[in-house]
Design a protein around this ligand. Structure first.
Ligand SMILES: [Zn+2]
Length: 137
């Protein structure tokens, strides 16, 4: 899977001047607070679309249920996923296995997330590390 992402950035410049440091700090804040999570969301959505396309075109994919890759679309839901890059709110497609009739959350299976997982594993590790450091001090 190879995709290309382009970025449009609109900005307003203060007419009464600003320092280079202010510009760098503001740009850094923008990327930390908004751009990284939006980029992550875009990549996840694109990944999900490519997986759906491959499944319904009969192309090989890295996920299966009952040893096969036979699914029907079965709606989906909006859910947030908390990560160290920010919160990603997106639509998660739900499929249904044609053999066992169980629901199958395509992107979660592909990324090996738990069914009700709401945080990325790296965020949980950061939280656990921060709590354990606080406890020992
Ligand atoms: Zn199945």
């Amino acid at each position: 899977m190879q995709e290309k992402v382009t970025l449009d950035l609109s900005y307003c410049l203060a007419e009464n001047g600003f320092s280079l440091d202010e510009l760098i700090v503001k740009l850094s804040d923008l990327f930390k607070k908004k751009a990284f999570s939006e980029l992550l969301k875009l990549i996840l959505q694109n990944c999900q679309e490519v997986l759906l396309w491959r499944i319904f075109k009969g192309k090989p994919v890295a996920v299966s249920c009952c040893g096969k890759c036979e699914f029907t679309l079965n709606g989906g839901y909006n859910r947030s996923l908390k990560t160290s890059l920010g919160v990603v709110k997106m639509f998660w497609h739900r499929l249904k296995c044609k053999i066992c009739k169980e629901p199958f959350i395509l992107l979660k299976e592909f990324m090996q997330l738990d069914r009700y997982q709401s945080k990325s594993n790296e965020l949980e590790k950061i939280i656990v590390d921060a709590v354990s450091e606080t406890t020992y001090r």
